[in-house]
Design a protein around this ligand. Structure first.
Ligand code: TYM
Length: 332
């Protein structure tokens, strides 16, 4: 079976619709015919200023949400990145074959430092994509299910794998990004020209999975729509409506063309009201399940510890092979 690996940052109290529709939903589907590794990337979360207490809480909340979304810890290996030391160890190695220029071209770093300037960013934020490459390569993953904004990081990962293989002999599998076109980029409800994002979206523009369902319904009903009144999928001229159609279609499994037909001649009001109901139906049980998982922290921690142990059965041999290729003297 092919292998998949993906990760998500525990940097907010809740995942949002972009995280879920762009990535996590695919993680759940891929468990069926893949050997799956999914991690909460706490090492990545410390690249920006944060509060340690909040991080611990958010890491558990992230794991609980992944379980609520349908990640099955029996079939998939679900774990916390910092509990598997080979990620950070391989990241050091990969940083020694990454060019400064190459790392400087990563757009996410440029975006994140656009305001404060690169001088105020940490070195960790700069090398963030190299750690991400290590996350993927240490599992010999074939596929990496992510949203569009992670494509460049997966490209870097491929370059580094090929470079290492070329220089030191075939060691890594070269992974591919797995990006579902329809939901690769979910947009801000208030500003449909930019992506839904925990760091830059306004509260009204982002739907958090753990929000009060009523609040989410309200956000859908007050989402920015475009001039005109036809519910048609036109990303160029009607990005707001197109985004809502994408969300509607993804949550119900109904085709966009079918939805266009259903709402033909009915205007935006009906459409948004129905989508608000669809959203409530989705988030209500999701929220309840997440809170149930969070009720038993000991059990949650045990699931994650078991996942880390299973992960290490894969990462230790990879790192041993890498160290050997690099010319390190074997240890005890
Ligand atoms: P993160 O935590 O920002 O986001 C998690 C996943 O959600 C996707 N995503 C979106 N998809 C569609 N529309 C949106 N508006 C949207 N917003 C977020 C992201 O593309 C991502 O797949 N660097 C990664 C975490 C990471 C990782 C990895 C991923 C660390 N190591 C190894 C894959 C493999 C990140 O910051 O994702």
């Amino acid at each position: 079976r092919p292998r998949v690996l993906s990760g998500i940052q525990p940097t907010a109290d809740s995942f949002h619709f972009g995280n879920y529709l762009g990535a996590v939903r695919q993680w759940v589907a891929l468990q069926d015919d893949h050997e799956a590794f999914y991690c909460v990337v706490d090492l990545h979360a410390i690249t920006v200023e944060y509060d340690p207490k909040a991080l611990r809480e958010r890491t558990r909340r992230s794991a609980a949400q992944l379980l609520a979304a349908g990640i099955d810890p029996e079939r998939s290996t679900l774990f916390v990145q910092s509990q598997v030391p080979e990620h950070a160890q391989l990241a050091w190695v990969m940083s020694c074959i990454t060019g400064m220029g190459e790392a400087s071209r990563m757009t996410q770093f440029k975006d994140k430092t656009a305001k404060g300037g690169a001088d105020r960013a940490t070195v960790g934020l700069f090398t963030y994509p190299i750690l991400q490459a290590a996350d993927i390569l240490v599992y010999q993953a074939d596929r990496v299910p992510v949203g569009e904004d992670q494509r460049q990081h997966v490209e870097l990962t491929r370059d580094l794998a090929q470079r290492f293989n070329h220089r030191f002999g075939k060691t890594f599998r070269v992974p591919e990004a797995y990006i579902v076109k329809e939901t690769a980029k979910i947009f801000d409800l208030q500003d449909p020209s930019s992506k839904m994002s925990k760091s830059s979206s306004s509260a009204a523009g982002i739907i958090d999975l753990l929000d009060e369902p009523k609040a989410s319904a309200k956000k859908i009903r007050s989402a920015v729509t475009d001039s005109g009144r036809d519910v048609v999928f036109d990303e160029e001229n009607k990005p707001g409506v197109a985004n809502l159609l994408t969300i509607y279609s993804a949550l119900t499994g109904r085709k966009i063309s079918e939805l266009e037909d259903e709402y033909a001649g009915r205007g935006y009001g009906d459409f948004k009201k129905d989508l608000a109901d669809v959203v409530v139906e989705f988030v209500t049980p999701f929220r309840e399940k997440t809170l149930t998982y969070l009720d038993d922290k000991a059990q949650l921690d045990a699931i994650l510890a078991a996942g880390a142990e299973r992960a290490r059965a894969v990462t230790e041999p990879t790192l041993a092979k890498v160290y050997d290729r690099l010319g390190f003297v074997p240890g005890p």
